[in-house]
Design a protein. Structure first.
Length: 257
């Protein structure tokens, strides 16, 4: 017991948090790149109108696996405990702890991976997804949409609230921009992505056929989702100090081999 070093334990805990943030950010930025390259390079993969609809292509396992990995990292991310002193005057800090928000994002990610989206693609999946065996395609699609909204909303909360606590307000990120300002910008972009997706879904539900065809031909949903994921990745990689944690992890891997 006398060999325990509180400082080393704290440093190890901080490093663990940083690595989880870096891993989550890396997976988020990898997903749209991987899917778009697969559609460009392989004839068997169609460049579908949205990231979610890659579930109906040969990239189904890669899509579900990546989103599932993001969910696992989010579940394992405990974050920092609530600062009780600041929480007395800040209701957001009182309610939106790192643990609660990461759980909400993880539940959203698991829902996205578990419930396929609705699609106009003429594809029959074999074997049939479990969600389609348990419920109607419409119900699964509604749960997918709700899960995606929860996922992006939780990520926006991280950027607009959780990541901006502590010393982030003073640290410089770019000339004329603090780290706090960067997270705030990321949060605003995520909120705009949610609103844009809502507008597109409304257009697809109640709009003209010409509008639906335009959205589909331009792959509007895919690009909005991609912007949201890259924004989310940028925030988590920055908060995870990727420039420090990635070289450290590589050095450890090389040292072990």
């Amino acid at each position: 017991m006398g060999d325990a070093n509180p400082t080393e334990d704290k440093n190890a805990l901080v490093t663990s948090y940083l690595r989880v943030r870096t891993a989550v950010g890396a997976l988020a930025i990898l997903l749209p790149i991987m899917l778009s390259l697969s559609a460009i390079l392989f004839d068997a993969v169609e460049f579908v109108p949205s990231i979610s609809e890659f579930f109906f292509t040969p990239m189904r396992e890669a899509l579900v696996g990546t989103i599932g990995a993001i969910a696992v990292f989010l579940i394992s991310y405990k974050g920092y405990p609530r600062d009780e002193k600041r929480a007395l005057s800040n209701r957001a800090e009182h309610w939106f702890t790192d643990r609660r928000v990461s759980y909400a994002a993880a539940i959203g990610a698991l829902g996205v991976a578990s419930f396929p989206s609705r699609t106009d693609l003429d594809i029959v999946l074999s074997p049939e997804p479990l969600a389609f065996a348990l419920m109607s395609i419409k119900a699964a699609g509604n749960l997918h949409t709700a899960s995606a909204a929860l996922f992006f909303a939780a990520l926006a909360v991280f950027c607009l609230s959780n990541f901006r606590r502590g010393a982030a307000r003073e640290r410089r990120f770019l000339p004329g921009l603090t780290e706090d300002g960067f997270y705030r910008a990321c949060g605003i972009i995520l909120i705009l992505c949610i609103l844009a997706l809502g507008f597109v879904f409304l257009g697809n539900s109640a709009g003209s056929q010409a509008l639906k065809d335009l959205f589909k031909s331009l792959r509007v949903i895919f690009w909005i989702e991609t912007i949201g994921l890259i924004t989310f990745a940028a925030a988590w990689l920055t908060k995870g100090k990727a420039r420090q944690t990635v070289p450290l992890a590589l050095r450890e891997i090389v040292g072990r081999t």
